[in-house]
Design a protein around this ligand. Structure first.
Ligand SMILES: [Mn+2]
Length: 509
């Protein structure tokens, strides 16, 4: 018996232990319970006018070229309010004397052999704890009844407010058509209400900008998974021959760690392609002295990470690669250290331009630190953006009243400066600046005048040697930062970023 136990234990440790150690390294945040979604619906309804409804449409199934479905991902606002990730769905929030939520979706017949989905409205109600659920086939009829019902409730006012996504013109037309058909049908009450159509997005987006603890945990899981994938990619990169191997490694690690999809099209740019900010093709053979930019993020339960690391393909920085990398890293760390509630994203971008210009001047890549256009030839994007369910999450750089939006506690933002050195861009400087100018003209901080041909020639002649020296090196470094009550917490700071840490991980030394 004893020997059986020993051999069993040996068997167990030899067979199962390696499996255990190769399993996931990220602790997975537990999915949100229905109370969370219910509370969000209640908060939204509190902001709505009395006697109004909000109509939130779920995501559409998108076809690829012919008859192939692109993998379905629920609309973020819809998911935010329901936690329900089936296609063909509508949510109606009714705010009257007693507020309630109604979910419509595709109920599949039992025995359906093609699609996975709910087989009864009871199943939907049990899964979501929503007040009422119906088959989507009843939507047209019930929408009319709801519209009329609200008007009866609000007879004194005779005004019906419908909140919807104003960007969705098909939805707008559908609401208007259905309302025209149904309003006034109830002859007994003799109602001819006028309809106010209001945009639901500002209300929902203002909620989504500030993250709850549960949302921060989701983001931390997505970031951990992304970190694990970067770790594996960096270890493998010195022996990789093609960018495809990066893609394979990322996909494998994501799935293994619990993320079934990426939050956006992964960017892996190598060699001269590091100068392209959005290269998602994974189409290039790797070369020994390439730099490789990874700008990636796993999606975990509808929350995405967004992290960039730039490394030498062979694991060892050359002097030139190190010069550019060190400059970007200094700027990135300085900008991160300035994050706290009350500062604006635009203000940070402006500071990042000054810091990058200082570094470019030291590297002899520009001739005037204060120039409004010289830096742009090497730093053609913003310092960062909000992060959440969308990789470029809701809440832009400006408020509706045109003032600059400020960071607040429990927002999550990215910090991603970059320097990209290109002889071709230098040569085409006039065209490049001409491309940017119209976008910048409205912004007093960024507005610039195109330099004269003479000025441009002097500039080109002066910086040409330095640009040649660093040609085709592109570096971007990006972390995901939680704004705290008195500063920040770098959620992705554990992912190797200094030159010694990267070299040690990649070469095993
Ligand atoms: Mn980003």
């Amino acid at each position: 018996m004893k020997s059986f136990i020993i051999s069993f234990l040996l068997f167990f440790s030899s067979v199962f232990y390696p499996l255990l150690v190769s399993a996931q390294t990220c602790q997975q945040a537990k999915s949100m319970d229905n109370e969370v979604f219910k509370e969000r619906r209640e908060i939204l309804m509190k902001q709505m006018r009395d006697f109004s409804i909000a109509l939130i449409k779920g995501g559409d199934i998108v076809m690829d070229n012919h008859d192939d479905d692109i993998p379905f991902r629920q609309n973020n606002n819809f998911y935010y309010l329901t936690g329900f990730d089936n296609p063909k769905a509508f949510l109606i929030l009714i705010k009257d004397r007693v507020s309630r939520s109604i979910l419509f979706t595709d109920i599949l017949p039992l025995g359906n052999q093609y699609d996975k989905g709910p087989h009864s409205v009871e199943e939907v109600m049990k899964a979501t704890d929503i007040d009422e659920a119906y088959n989507i086939s009843e939507f047209d009829k019930l929408f009319g009844e709801i519209v009329n019902y609200i008007q009866v409730q609000d007879e004194g006012n005779k005004k019906l407010t419908i909140y919807y996504n104003r960007l969705d013109k098909d939805l707008e037309k559908m609401i208007l058509d259905l309302s025209k058909r149904d309003i006034g049908k109830d002859r007994q009450s003799n109602i001819t209400a006028e309809i106010s159509m209001l945009d639901s997005l500002p209300l929902i987006h203002s909620m989504r900008r500030i993250k709850s603890c549960a949302e921060i945990e989701m983001l931390e899981t997505a970031i951990c998974i992304t970190g694990a994938a970067i770790h594996k990619t960096l270890q493998g990169l010195p022996s990789f021959f093609h960018e495809r191997e990066i893609k394979a490694t990322l996909g494998y690690e994501y799935a293994l760690e619990g993320a079934v999809r990426e939050g956006f099209a992964s960017i892996s740019a190598s060699g001269p392609d590091t100068l392209i900010v959005h290269d998602t093709k994974f189409g290039r053979e790797l070369r020994e002295h390439d730099m490789v930019v990874l700008d990636i993020g796993a999606d975990y339960n509808y929350y995405t990470a967004d992290i960039s690391r730039t490394v030498p393909k062979n694991g060892k920085f050359t002097q030139e690669q190190s010069d550019i990398y060190t400059a970007v890293l200094k700027v990135q760390e300085e900008i991160i250290s300035r994050i706290k509630p009350g500062i604006s994203g635009m203000g940070l971008h402006d500071q990042s331009i000054k810091l990058i210009a200082y570094e470019l001047y030291q590297l002899k890549l520009i001739t005037d630190e204060k120039s409004k256009w010289q830096y742009l030839l090497y730093y053609p994007h913003g310092i960062g953006h909000k992060l959440g369910m969308n990789v470029h999450d809701v809440g832009g750089w400006k408020n509706p009243d045109d003032t600059y939006a400020t960071y607040q506690e429990n927002m999550v933002v990215t910090v991603e400066p970059g320097i990209y050195v290109s002889l071709l861009v230098l040569e085409k400087a006039k065209e490049v600046l001409g491309y940017f100018k119209p976008f910048f003209d409205d912004d007093p901080t960024l507005k610039f005048e195109i330099p004269s041909d003479e000025e441009l020639k002097t500039f080109k002649d002066t910086v040409h040697a330095a640009v040649e020296k660093y040609n085709e090196i592109g570096v971007r470094i990006e972390d995901d930062i939680l704004v705290t009550n008195d500063g920040y917490r770098n959620l992705s700071g554990f992912i190797p970023k200094t030159i010694p840490d990267i070299e040690a991980l990649m070469t095993g030394k």
